[in-house]
Design a protein around this ligand. Structure first.
Ligand SMILES: [Zn+2]
Length: 121
């Protein structure tokens, strides 16, 4: 089971609220081996209401990147077809936070889009 530090989740929720009604997107740093997420790796991106354009050529190769997180301002925290395509580019674990961006608004998915449990630590 993947774990996320409470402080990291709180930063994500705050950023999602601040970016609303646009979508927020960031990469996640942590340990693949320990299945642990403990930092946000903010990427150069253009945020829209229903999309995020990530400038992938500006992302440095980073061993600590374990996945991605983005917000769904519409509230429905399930991955779209575009999300499933994007997941494969950035690691193993992918979070979606739905409006209202509360602690229980977060959902975790594998690269294939399968929902998995996420433990807040
Ligand atoms: Zn999405």
């Amino acid at each position: 089971m993947w774990k996320i530090k409470l402080a990291t989740l709180e930063s994500i929720l705050l950023a999602a609220r601040n970016t609303y009604p646009n979508e927020f997107m960031s990469l996640l740093g942590g340990s693949r081996q320990a299945k642990n997420i403990d930092e946000l790796v903010v990427v150069p991106a253009v945020f829209g209401e229903t999309f995020t354009l990530v400038q992938t050529h500006l992302i440095p190769f980073d061993q600590r990147i374990v996945g991605s997180v983005h917000s769904h301002p519409s509230g429905r925290a399930s991955p779209s077809a575009e999300d499933l395509n994007a997941f494969s580019a950035f690691g193993d674990i992918h979070l979606i936070v739905g409006e209202p961006f509360a602690l229980d608004s977060v959902r975790a998915y594998t690269v294939a889009g399968k929902a998995v449990r996420l433990q807040v630590v």
